[in-house]
Design a protein around this ligand. Structure first.
Ligand code: UDP
Length: 333
């Protein structure tokens, strides 16, 4: 089966392409390189010993996108391409709404025109806002606190209407928790440009001595050690979840929602201490004020994904920390 992967050179997209190729899917990547680099294609090829088709284009560009559909005739789509920085989305909401919504609308149009019935969408746990109880289940109320999150929620709603209007379409919405880690080969990982917003990329810059110390945003939360608790999930586990989702699209039309997390909450200090221990390296840090918009704790109930997709996370926080550091060391070689 041929799968079109938008944003296939990004962090989660590239790991998913590897899993797809290893499971003998044909992969067509569309990516505009806005937050990725072209050399990721060679890394994917090196890991899998397989080739991919690549088109450098913006999914919002309907004319160019249609050429890809005409030529490649994909049978399924996994849609990663999106802007994803929460802070930036507050400063540039229109850019976020335009890019994230229009790209999805164009893909829906192409699905209708070229009879593509299988679609997997990258959503986020951010659609749950600040839930009243934990762990988070898929039927919890949906609420967003920033434009990035709102784009994800709006797209979920658009896809719901789209599915209702078509009889054969199967859409799987995957709500990711906190993906970290890297491919065990050390060839693929997350390496954001500039000062990272997210915890693990920041830890890596400190490990690399590019940044002096980590700033921990608050140690006065109602958590075991006062620092924020999140459900960190290894990116390879997350990538595998997309293959299980694709299998589901082959079985049943409709729209289905799944949390992809481990179900375990770890604090910022848990992650820092584990990183230090498994990699034998010190991560200096200081405690700062809380970051506006952060919740104390957030972790998933992923039972539904296990029951209906047969998916569950296998890798623990130690592997996440080891693989992330291994990627850093390999990328320096
Ligand atoms: N965090 C931190 N320092 C940083 C980045 C993040 O202390 O430089 C904390 C943040 O407050 C939260 C956790 O790490 O408790 C995860 O934050 P991240 O931005 O990685 O993901 P989020 O859950 O906010 O999407």
């Amino acid at each position: 089966m041929k799968v079109l992967v938008t944003g296939g050179l990004g962090f989660i997209g590239s790991h998913t392409c590897v899993e797809l190729l290893e499971a003998n899917y044909e992969v067509v990547i569309v990516d505009n390189l806005s937050n990725s680099t072209i050399d990721v294609i060679d890394k994917i090829k090196a890991i899998t010993n397989k080739t991919v088709s690549f088109y450098e284009l913006d999914v919002c560009d309907e004319v160019e996108l249609e050429k890809v559909f005409q030529k490649e005739r994909p049978e399924a789509i996994i849609h990663f391409a999106a802007y994803k920085a929460v802070g930036e989305s507050v400063e540039k909401p229109i850019l976020y709404y335009e890019n994230n919504l229009i790209s999805t609308l164009k893909l829906c149009k192409m699905m209708q025109k070229y009879h593509v019935t299988k679609f997997v969408f990258s959503s986020s746990a951010t659609v749950y806002g600040s839930p009243a109880t934990l762990p988070i289940k898929e039927d919890f109320p949906l609420f967003t606190t920033n434009p990035y999150g709102t784009t994800k929620l709006m797209i979920e709603k658009i896809l719901k209407d789209f599915v209702s209007s078509q009889k054969d379409i199967s859409v799987i919405i995957l709500r990711y928790f906190n993906p970290i880690g890297a491919h065990p080969s050390g060839l693929l990982g997350e390496n954001p440009k500039g000062i990272p917003n997210n915890l693990m990329p920041y830890i890596l810059k400190v490990a690399d001595k590019e940044l002096e110390r980590l700033h921990i945003f608050g140690n006065d939360y109602d958590t075991k050690d006062g620092t924020g608790v999140r459900d960190y999930i290894h990116v390879v586990d997350l990538a595998k979840g997309h293959l299980c989702a694709l299998e589901k699209t082959k079985k049943e039309p409709g729209i289905f929602y799944y949390n992809l997390g481990t179900g375990c909450g770890y604090s910022v200090l848990d992650l820092v201490k584990t990183f230090e221990r498994v990699n034998g390296i010190k991560i200096p840090y200081q405690i700062d004020h809380r970051r506006p918009g952060d919740v104390a704790s957030c972790y998933a109930d992923s039972t539904k994904a296990y029951q209906e997709l047969g998916w569950k996370a296998e890798l623990g926080i130690e592997e996440m920390c080891k693989d992330a550091y291994h990627f850093l060391l390999e990328s320096k070689r």
